[in-house]
Design a protein around this ligand. Structure first.
Ligand SMILES: C[S@@+](CC[C@H](N)C(=O)[O-])C[C@H]1O[C@@H](n2cnc3c(N)ncnc32)[C@H](O)[C@@H]1O
Length: 280
């Protein structure tokens, strides 16, 4: 079977399972099956697939039909200015989270050699994007998941920033190393009982530990704010991602822990998503 026909058949399977962008997904999975880029696929549509390539393609289509996210099937996700290696052990980096990077870059135009802490680093998308843009900043990333730390290490090497980053497997409560000019975090903030009602792709395939914010959705946010207030320098900046309905509650917690609220920002869907604050 040639590449063109296989992509068309794959797309039909996906369409029958109500997968949006079925043709595009089928094309992307073909790049993975033959281990080539999209340009190669488009220039070689009439090339025949060998048995192994076809078997790999069929397997990927089947997994996609079951709802597996494309990012986990290709082990890639583009975020800010770089491609990140991801596996089902990490949250898939979201475009909304780029708000944090945008804020950091706006607020640090004239800063040099500052220390940045990322609490719950996941794939490394936030911290490593910042280090890539600000070539004299230093970064520390922590995560409760050892697998996330290992994936962040790979991404730090791929982005050529590994000499400026330290990574620790640690629970946020137990981490007590260093003092930071800037802290960023996208903690888990979904209410425990709501997780099962999220989109199938998210609920079934993304790591629960990256989503679960406890009964009220705020338990990891509380711990992150408390830890940040201990580790951040006076006048240090804290940029936090929050759930769409958490702004007022989180502002209260921040104020109680001695933070001044600089601004709150909405995401691409017009939901409150990010709070910028300063330690007084
Ligand atoms: C929402 S994900 C964010 C990942 C990444 N920063 C991003 O924006 O894509 C939250 C991360 O926090 C980590 N995490 C959850 N509970 C934690 C805890 N108690 N201490 C440290 N990290 C934690 C999870 O493993 C996960 O990688």
């Amino acid at each position: 079977m040639n590449i063109n026909l296989a992509i068309k058949i794959g797309a039909k399977f996906l369409r029958n399972k109500f997968i949006l962008n079925s043709y595009l997904d089928s094309e992307i999975l073909m790049t993975r099956a033959v281990n080539k880029d999209k340009k190669y696929i488009l220039l070689n549509l009439d090339k025949n697939l060998n048995k192994m390539e076809l078997a790999k393609f069929n397997k990927l289509i089947l997994k996609r039909c079951q709802g597996n996210p494309i990012a986990y099937l290709t082990n890639k996700k583009f975020f800010w200015n770089s491609e990140f290696f991801v596996t089902s052990d990490t949250l898939i980096p979201r475009p909304d989270t780029e708000l944090i990077v945008e804020n950091v870059l706006n607020l640090t135009k004239h800063k040099n050699k500052i220390n940045v802490l990322d609490i719950g680093i996941g794939s490394g998308c936030i911290l490593l994007s910042i280090l890539k843009e600000r070539t004299n900043f230093y970064g520390t990333g922590i995560d409760i998941s050892k697998k996330c730390i290992n994936i962040s290490k790979i991404n730090a090497i791929n982005l050529n920033v590994s000499s400026r980053v330290k990574l620790y497997k640690s629970d946020v409560d137990k981490f007590n190393l260093g003092k930071y000019d800037l802290v960023v975090s996208n903690p888990p903030y979904i209410k425990k009982y709501v997780i099962k009602y999220l989109e199938r792709n998210v609920a079934k395939f993304e790591p629960k530990i990256a989503l679960d914010g406890g009964l009220d959705g705020l338990s990891e946010i509380r711990r992150t704010i408390k830890k940040t207030s201990e580790l951040i320098k006076k006048k240090g900046i804290f940029i936090l991602e929050i759930g769409f309905n958490q702004k007022n509650n989180v502002i209260k917690i921040l104020k109680n822990e001695g933070f001044y609220i600089n601004s709150t920002q909405k995401d691409l869907g017009n939901n409150d998503r990010c709070i910028v604050s300063t330690k007084i």
